[in-house]
Write a protein of this length. Structure first.
Length: 103
């Protein structure tokens, strides 16, 4: 597999929930690729844990862990190892902002 692939969580009620869903999706992907392509699960798991730790820190830094959140994870498979590249965090702060417009 070459290029970037992605894993997208659905919109979750909290950032913590989005991390949980992403974790499940990542491990399912690693497991599937281990069976299909002989992926190195240990090295892949280490890469994921390091990335997840940084992702949780970023959510906390932004202060959005309690807001509705979706996470899009971009990853590559290099030398039969899962390597997270980057993540896009989409969140909705409350209250909703409103703009009125009339032409």
């Amino acid at each position: 597999m070459s290029g970037e692939n992605q894993i997208v969580t659905r919109l979750c009620p909290t950032g913590r929930g989005a991390i949980f869903r992403l974790k499940r999706a990542v491990w399912a992907t690693i497991s599937r690729l281990k069976k299909e392509q002989g992926l190195d699960a240990d090295a892949s798991g280490d890469n994921w844990r390091e990335f997840a730790r940084a992702l949780v820190n970023k959510l906390n830094e932004l202060g959005v862990s309690t807001y509705p959140t979706r996470i899009i994870l971009y990853y590559r498979i290099e030398n039969n190892v899962f390597k997270p590249v980057r993540a896009k965090i989409q969140f909705a702060r409350a209250p909703l902002e409103e703009v009125e417009f009339s032409p």
